[in-house]
Design a protein around this ligand. Structure first.
Ligand code: CUA
Length: 159
């Protein structure tokens, strides 16, 4: 079979690009140790209720006054389904999944992470605007994916 010279050129170019892309992933993963930022803390997804870190999901205030929100995502809801936090101060979210991969996006804010079973996703953000925010799952997780949502209420004024 005869392959046209231009066809050959594009085939080799495509092949070379694949090698470059794979090489870039390998290089950043090994040499530069670039990994998903929040996926450093592991947890047994079948034992969440027995794990002190997730036994009592909800909002808590640490000894240093820092506000922490612990939540579990599972088909097809968040636990708890509604949380209240103060405006204008850093809030640390710690979230994990009891079953499959879910998303956790606080609509209209920069609060957004994947929730992966076996890992604890953590991020800290500050909500300046008091109000009610919708939390949605933005990773397809099954038949009820579109109804998986929660509410974040940011309370402000006078604290
Ligand atoms: Cu949970 Cu989509």
């Amino acid at each position: 079979m005869k392959v046209h010279v231009y066809e050959k050129f594009w085939m080799w170019l495509s092949g070379a690009l694949l090698v470059v892309f794979a090489g870039a992933i390998g290089y950043t993963a090994t040499v530069q140790a670039v990994q998903p930022a929040s996926h450093v803390e592991t947890i047994d997804p079948t034992q969440l209720r027995a794990d002190p870190r997730f036994a009592t999901p909800g909002v808590s205030v640490g000894p240093d006054g820092g506000v922490q929100v612990v939540m579990i995502g599972q088909m097809f809801a968040y636990l708890p389904g509604e949380v209240r936090v103060p405006a204008g101060q850093p809030i640390t979210f710690r979230i994990t999944s009891g079953d499959v991969i879910h998303g956790f996006q606080i609509v209209g804010t920069n609060g957004n992470t994947m929730i992966v079973p076996g890992y604890v996703s953590q991020f800290t953000t500050t909500f300046e605007q008091p109000g009610e925010y919708l939390i949605v799952c933005n990773e397809y997780c099954g038949l009820g994916h579109h109804v998986m949502q929660g509410r974040l209420i940011v309370e402000g004024g006078g604290a």
